[in-house]
Design a binder for this molecule. Structure first.
Ligand code: ADP
Ligand code: MG
Length: 302
């Protein structure tokens, strides 16, 4: 398993990561979330051995992951990393990029593997197209497939679907995460997208102020968000009487002690997000229909 022990790291004087400890078992899917600049990408790079730690240790099974001071070549065979900025070979085809590090001596095997991965990232019809002509999202999918080519034991993914449009994103996400689970590949994903977490992650780690704020099951954190930062990751919420209340937990009722004035209704598909004013402060709730601006409503927490 991956075992991160008291890791501290800084690029210069101030620590970007402080005292980080967590574990990930074989096949486990761990998501790292945090605001932009909270150190998600740095953590993945450090796990990959791109930098030397100021303090602490990282182990994969019994092998310590070491930085450039101790390693001539960065990276290990058992671990792959897909950066936010992926570097592919632009002048060769999609299939050639994916198979680049597979041995030519087993041509049949190489072709089979490349075809399998093209399917996982849903790029089969682009196999023979030069990478330079692809969109950002398509390139991101090639980078994913290439990282999987030699079947790592653990993969580090930095915002893996960030460049991919919404038409493709849902099915691609299912395909990739299903594949990783089926192959028992440990997966550490840095993201700010809740869709990368809910339904897929076994554990969710929240980075805040350079430290791990919480490390728990996504369901536990969703149902009982201890801080506004955690709640904000899952959606629109309010703080009412010091409690965090998601917009879908606030209902319009006949009568209650919470009297609000409707400001705006936003169409959201299967519901409307209503912005109202309660005690001079905005609150958000979900409702099945629009409400008129200026209307008085009574609210209740479900
Ligand atoms: P995230 O991925 O969560 O947005 P990063 O890990 O990219 O956060 O950045 C964390 C902090 O480290 C930021 O303050 C960023 O400016 C700083 N940082 C990132 N890369 C470097 C670098 N190569 N040199 C110096 N500082 C960096
Ligand atoms: Mg980042």
């Amino acid at each position: 398993m991956l075992n991160v022990k008291n890791l501290t790291f800084s690029y210069d004087k101030t620590a970007v990561l402080k005292n980080i400890s967590f574990k990930a078992k074989h096949g486990e899917h761990v998501v790292i979330i945090g605001e932009s600049g909270s150190g998600k990408s740095t953590l993945l790079k450090v796990l990959y051995g791109e930098y030397d730690l100021n303090d602490g240790h990282i182990f994969w099974n019994n092998e310590e992951i070491l930085g450039p001071k101790y390693n001539l070549v960065i990276g290990y065979d058992f671990m792959k990393y897909v950066a936010q900025e992926f570097d592919l070979m632009p002048f060769i085809t999609v299939a050639e990029n994916i198979g680049k590090f597979l041995s030519r001596f087993y041509l049949e095997e190489k072709e089979k593997r490349t075809a399998e991965l093209l399917e996982v990232v849903e790029l089969t019809q682009f196999a023979n197209i030069k990478v330079k002509t692809l969109s950002g999202g398509q390139k991101q999918r090639v980078a994913l497939a290439r990282a999987l080519a030699k079947q790592p034991e653990i993969i580090l993914l930095d915002e893996p679907f960030s460049h991919i449009d919404n038409f493709k994103k849902q099915s691609l996400r299912r395909s990739v995460f299903r594949y990783l689970k089926a192959k028992n590949i440990t997966c550490i994903v840095a993201t700010h997208d809740k869709e990368d977490v809910l339904g897929f992650a076994d554990k969710m780690i929240v980075l805040n102020n350079n430290e791990i704020e919480v490390n728990d099951l996504p369901e536990t954190l969703y149902k009982n968000p201890k801080t506004p930062l955690i709640a904000s990751f899952f959606g629109e919420f309010n703080i009412i009487n010091d409690n965090i209340i998601y917009s879908n937990q606030l209902k319009v009722v006949e009568h209650s002690s919470l009297k609000a004035t409707v400001k705006t209704s936003y169409f959201k598909g299967h519901y409307y997000l209503i912005e109202a004013i309660l005690n001079d402060k905005p609150v958000f709730l979900e409702h099945h229909q629009t409400l008129k601006e200026g209307a008085l409503v009574y609210l209740s927490v479900e």
